[in-house]
Design a protein around this ligand. Structure first.
Ligand code: HEM
Length: 506
């Protein structure tokens, strides 16, 4: 009896041993078969994390591209990160294989802020994304919307100019114009979304909203939580961080709901079944909710997405553009001369005028080229194993297209580190919408930025109105304003908000 037990135990152990050896053999065979992109040698558990560090910014990744080539792989703990750094491969990811690479990765923090992809920006490529993108198109991303709201944009910029003129220090020691532009951007988007505006920079609701959006950005873009994202066994140490993220997320969504969504619903119920006059964006979104196409949470996440995707990116770009205009008086003069010649001195610039001002448009493009707000695009992902550039890309890899590198590589651009709008005035018409794979500030293809239709005219209007009304200079004692960058997980903005002297032009 005892002999029998020992024998079967032996047999059992042998079987387990055989299974383990078999599994190792098969996994070796499988990984042998995969032809992975080149990259630095990865160590167990940490991968390349200890070598490359947390800050995988566009410049560091550009340097790695010079070493490893147009496609390389970094193993960040458990995560595979594939970086693409040539126009041809960017085309492959965003266009030719747009479906295969059309999903998004989220990390532990983005999972919280997007309710695991109940939004549009961070959801995987599929039915939900298609529905959300369709539902958001009519209220936000058409020419009709531009024509409906251009007067509101012009009005907001007119008010900002008047306010700046009223501040005596603006023309002497200078002010942070960006603060007033931030109110402009909030008012532009909140008028479009809810037909609401904030009276001043001190409006308590505006201050709360701004603080919560700022916290959301800081928490999501920080590198502080990478360790728990890359190495899941360390995740328990992130408990405190994730708790704060959850609290910020809850307070923010509640603010959107209580002060904006419910208010608009109340207005609709008191003015009859439908809002009279022009519908604003949220009315269209409510209709989709009423039809059962989306739920209440999706409505909230649409508002969340617009707060981040629309306001911050456009504001950062305005800020960069303004800084470069201050630092290049000759460019500022050329913009002013074009405005005077085309629409006349003292005639306020309007949205339809912006299409008649090639130099101003070139300034906007050059701003987006040199200082891309989202230099690596929003991370893409392949749901299934795929092929790219002759290599195997494991399923669920994070794919970064280094759009900044494409637009700032001396191989393709002359003096790329200099701010030269004229480069966009040549024979070949390079547009921001992606007709040239070296210049993709809004991405291109299925997951490209639908907000480009609003962002380009708003940027031209803001910079144009400022130049029309003010001589813009660095503060006394400074020859230039600082344009040092500060990056995050995939955002890029100016490190120090510029103090700018704005002398009214008579
Ligand atoms: C200068 C301003 C802006 C820049 C530089 C910018 C840039 C981008 C980039 C690079 C992407 C990702 C593309 C990709 O992953 O391939 C994106 C996505 C997106 N942007 Fe923008 N954007 C700007 C303004 C706006 C505005 C004004 C809105 C809305 C009103 C907006 C809404 C979105 C949305 C919803 C997505 C996600 C699209 C999707 O995943 O299908 N953006 N943007």
């Amino acid at each position: 009896m005892e002999i029998m037990t020992v024998a079967s135990l032996e047999k059992g152990l042998l079987a387990i041993f055989a299974v383990i050896v078999g599994a190792i053999f098969i996994s070796k065979l499988k990984s042998k078969k995969l032809k992975l992109p080149p990259g630095p040698l990865a160590v167990p558990i940490f991968g390349n994390w200890l070598q490359v560090g947390d800050d995988l910014n566009h410049r560091n990744l550009g340097d790695l591209a010079k070493k490893y080539g147009e496609i390389f792989l970094l193993k960040m703990g458990q995560r595979n990160l594939v970086v693409v750094s040539s126009p041809d491969l960017a085309k492959e990811v965003l266009h030719t294989q747009g479906v295969e690479f059309g999903s998004r990765t989220r990390n532990v923090v983005f999972d919280i802020f997007t309710g695991k992809g109940q939004d549009m920006v961070f959801t995987v490529y599929g039915e939900h994304w298609r529905k959300m993108r369709r539902i958001m198109t009519v209220p936000f991303f058409t020419n009709k919307v531009v024509q409906q709201y251009r007067f509101a944009w012009e009005d907001e910029l007119g008010r900002a100019v008047d306010d700046i003129k009223k501040r005596p220090e603006a023309s002497t020691t200078g002010i942070v114009i960006r603060r007033r532009l931030q109110l402009v951007m909030y008012n532009i988007m909140y008028r479009m979304m809810f037909d609401r505006r904030f009276e001043s920079e001190d409006d308590p609701l505006f201050l709360r909203l701004k603080a919560l959006n700022g916290e959301r950005s800081r928490l999501a873009q920080s590198f502080e939580y990478n360790y728990g994202d890359f190495i899941p066994v360390l995740r328990p140490f992130l408990r405190g961080y994730l708790k704060i993220c959850k609290e910020v997320k809850e307070s923010r969504l509640l603010l959107f709901k209580d002060y904006f969504i419910d208010e608009r619903k109340k207005l609709a119920s008191t003015t009859g079944s439908k809002v009279t006059g022009d519908k604003c964006a949220i009315d269209h979104i409510f209709e989709a909710e009423e039809k059962g196409e989306i739920n209440e949470d999706n409505v909230l996440y649409i508002v969340e997405n617009i707060n981040v995707a629309a306001i911050e990116t456009t504001l950062w770009s305005m800020e960069w553009g303004l800084a470069e205009i201050v630092n290049h008086p000759e460019i500022q003069q050329k913009i002013r001369a074009e405005l005077d010649a085309v629409i006349g001195r003292g005639v306020p610039l309007t949205e339809p005028d912006t299409t008649k001002l090639p130099y101003l448009q070139a300034v906007v493009k050059e701003t987006l080229r040199l200082h891309m707000a989202i230099p690596l695009l929003v991370p893409h992902m392949n749901l299934h194993q795929a092929k790219l550039g002759g290599y195997d890309i494991p399923a669920e890899s994070k794919i970064l297209v280094n759009a900044w590198f494409l637009a700032n590589n001396p191989e393709w651009w002359e003096k790329p580190e200099e701010f030269i709008p004229e480069r966009f005035l040549g024979e070949e018409k390079i547009e921001a919408s992606g007709n040239d794979f070296r210049f993709l500030p809004f991405g291109v293809g299925r997951r490209s930025c639908p907000g480009i239709i609003l962002a380009l005219p708003i940027l031209a209007l803001a910079l144009g109105r400022l130049v029309q009304n003010f001589e813009l200079l660095p503060p006394p004692g400074q020859s230039k304003v600082d344009v040092t960058e500060k990056g995050g997980q995939f955002s890029l903005h100016i490190l120090n908000h510029s103090v700018v002297v704005a002398k009214p032009i008579a």
